[in-house]
Design a protein around this ligand. Structure first.
Ligand code: IPE
Ligand code: IPE
Ligand code: MG
Length: 236
């Protein structure tokens, strides 16, 4: 393939519906979804994608039934351990986006270890958005800049778009080129609102547990046929 996006962001949706269609509990869908994350990280890297950002749990997902939230948190705990092994094997660096402070201490520690150990790995850069909401991220960034102003380290006139980007959880990560949402919904659900300003959007009815290499190829093919302009005129 010719034009491979540097950064792909995915909203992993449809775990619950995938399970329901099979007569299974919703949590079985999350288990399958987590397995698919491991597989798709390797697939994405082999395609030449350098940054992959996955939406695992939103700031709004706490409103789900308590037993589902607990099951997802337990899966994330296990995932962080298996992810460390996978990261070492594939030279993959991992960063978690979102507000970690609301997570259990042990999960926070696992995340910190994963980030610390894999920080300088040069293979795929994997970002996991966990207790992530774009409005929450922007709010936290504004607070950071407000503190810098208050402490006399920043002049309001000097605030640029770049300053704001650097205050977000995604600092130093290039903006996504392609955003994929699985399972039919066509909305952003509070995902990377700032960073997706010029991303191409791709929606597929396939639920996340069934999203495989062939489905990724379809998304990449659609991306290659898009004509990105960034406000310029179309090149003839
Ligand atoms: C996505 O699948 C995973 C999370 C949001 C944690 P869903 O759980 O949203 O599955 P559906 O959309 O209900 O099918
Ligand atoms: C978005 O999916 C969040 C994640 C995939 C983690 P949701 O399933 O929670 O989004 P809505 O509620 O359908 O908008
Ligand atoms: Mg959903």
């Amino acid at each position: 393939m010719t034009k491979i996006p540097t950064h792909v962001a995915i909203i992993l949706d449809g775990n619950g519906r995938w399970a329901k269609a099979k007569g299974l509990p919703r949590t079985a869908g999350h288990v399958q979804g987590a397995k698919n994350v491991e597989k798709m990280c390797e697939v994405a890297y082999h395609k030449g994608i350098q940054y992959l950002t996955l939406y695992a749990f939103s700031t709004e997902n706490w409103k789900r039934p308590q037993d589902e939230v607990s099951a997802i948190m337990q899966l994330l705990r296990n995932y962080m351990a298996s992810c460390l092994k996978l990261a070492k094997k594939n030279n993959m660096s991992v960063r978690v986006l979102g507000d970690m402070t609301r997570l259990d201490k042990d999960l926070q520690e696992r995340i910190a270890e994963l980030e610390r150990v894999t920080k300088d790995y040069t293979g795929l850069h994997l970002q996991i958005a966990l207790n992530y909401g774009s409005r929450d991220e922007i709010t936290r960034a504004v607070k950071k800049l407000g503190t810098e102003i208050e402490e006399g380290r920043l002049n309001p006139e000097d605030i640029t778009e770049d300053c704001i980007s650097k205050a977000l959880d995604t600092f130093e990560i290039p903006d996504p080129d392609l955003m994929i949402r699985t399972s039919g919904e066509q909305r952003l659900s509070n995902y990377l609102l700032w960073q997706l300003a010029y991303a191409e959007l791709y929606f597929t009815p396939v639920p996340w547990p069934d999203f495989d290499e062939a489905e990724l190829d379809k998304a990449l093919e659609a991306y290659q046929n898009r004509d990105r302009r960034y406000g310029l005129v179309k090149e003839e």
